[in-house]
Design a protein around this ligand. Structure first.
Ligand SMILES: Nc1ncnc2c1ncn2[C@@H]1O[C@H](COP(=O)(O)OP(=O)(O)O)[C@@H](O)[C@H]1O
Ligand SMILES: [Mg+2]
Length: 351
């Protein structure tokens, strides 16, 4: 994607290895994106991360056709968004791809509920149904009962939640989020991240989330793509970036990451073979994606293994002090049976 008159020349120069700034000086044309291929799975939170000017917003806007890429394709399922007419694109944005911005773009004259249901109104959904959907969305973002308020009666964090509710209410399967929390102060930002994770755990949308904050990227994202000067230089999980950084730039980028924040419970989990484990069992339970940092104090407190359970509270594995150590040193995991785990004698031995 280029901005400027000499698109072809600029892209050729970029392909030949000239830098973005060099090309800008020579041709007065910006190569905003160049060489940025990626695939996002259904239900995944995929993060685009990079410094300001690296092309994140431009790439996001190409995804929903707000701008037409000079070159390349954007597929939603099998349809190429890059070649759609404006009418088709409107349809796609209305029904398939929603967007949440940093400065949320709420309508100050409308009530909170009317803002949330605005997208549904455009979709032609009747008043009764859209009120129902709007109220359900407000509940998801913990704003139940606030629907009648005016937007300017709400704090910045609350407004951001209204923006999120609007995107949820409209029901598009894909959600593009361009630095939605970047303007919020740190405490509220963390709250919003937590809320996002809770909601995403329930709705499993396909989210493409832009941020320049590494902690946010790996807290929220399953995978991330690191962009630099319009190019994606590595795609992967936090662990991929740490264990196999593609370039020195990535190595520098991730050097300050707190390993225990990034590593999830599942990395240190010993799988169990059968899972008829009962909910009443008096042990700590965590989900696969719980950060190891949060597991460690539980292990200390429990003086024994921690259970890893799925959404239905069925046992998927256990974490022990040893399994954490071996996950850090990379030694092989052993499979244990549930009987082993629930056997008090064995549990004692494991501690
Ligand atoms: N409408 C535009 N016209 C000209 N240049 C643009 C335009 N939008 C973005 N750019 C340029 O494209 C590059 C990428 O910008 P952007 O996608 O906004 O980056 P990011 O979101 O990562 O900060 C920058 O060099 C920016 O100046
Ligand atoms: Mg941007």
């Amino acid at each position: 994607m280029t901005f400027g008159r000499h698109s072809k020349q600029a892209l050729d120069m970029r392909a030949a290895g000239k830098s973005k700034s060099e090309i800008e000086q020579l041709t007065n044309t910006t190569v905003a994106i160049h060489d940025a291929s990626f695939e996002v799975k259904q239900g995944e939170t995929f993060v685009l991360i990079g410094l300001s000017g690296s092309g994140k917003s431009t790439l996001l806007r190409c995804l929903n056709g707000l701008i037409h890429p000079t070159q390349g394709s954007v597929f939603l399922n099998r349809e190429n968004i890059a070649t759609m007419s404006n009418k088709q694109l409107q349809e796609v944005r209305r029904n398939k791809i929603g967007m949440v911005f940093q400065n949320v773009g709420l309508l100050p004259n409308r009530s909170v509920l009317d803002n949330v249901t605005f997208g549904l109104e455009i979709q032609g959904v009747g008043l009764k149904e859209r009120t129902k959907k709007g109220e359900a969305a407000l509940e998801m973002v913990n704003l139940q009962g606030q629907g009648h308020k005016k937007i300017d009666q709400l704090s910045g964090g609350m407004q951001q939640r209204v923006g999120l509710a609007r995107a949820l209410a409209t029901g598009q399967e894909v959600l593009l989020m361009d630095e939605p929390f970047s303007a919020l102060d740190p405490l509220i930002r963390r709250e919003m991240q937590k809320l996002f994770l809770e909601i995403q755990n329930e709705v499993h949308k396909t989210v493409i989330f832009v941020t320049h904050d590494l902690d946010e990227a790996f807290r929220l994202g399953h995978r991330a793509a690191v962009m630099k000067d319009g190019k994606i230089i590595q795609i992967g999980t936090a662990e991929d970036f740490i264990s196999e950084p593609a370039t020195d730039y990535i190595r520098q980028l991730v050097q300050d990451i707190d390993y225990s924040k990034v590593r999830k419970a599942e990395c240190a989990m010993i799988e169990v073979k059968n899972n008829t484990y009962k909910q009443e069992s008096p042990v700590h339970r965590v989900s696969r994606d719980c950060p190891l940092r949060d597991v460690l104090p539980l292990i200390a407190e429990n003086n024994g293994p921690i259970a890893v359970v799925n959404g239905e509270d069925q046992l998927e594995g256990i974490i022990t002090v040893e399994s954490i150590i071996s996950s850090l040193t990379g030694s092989a995991k052993q499979a244990y049976s549930e009987e082993d785990y629930l056997n008090p004698k064995y549990r004692k031995e494991m501690v």
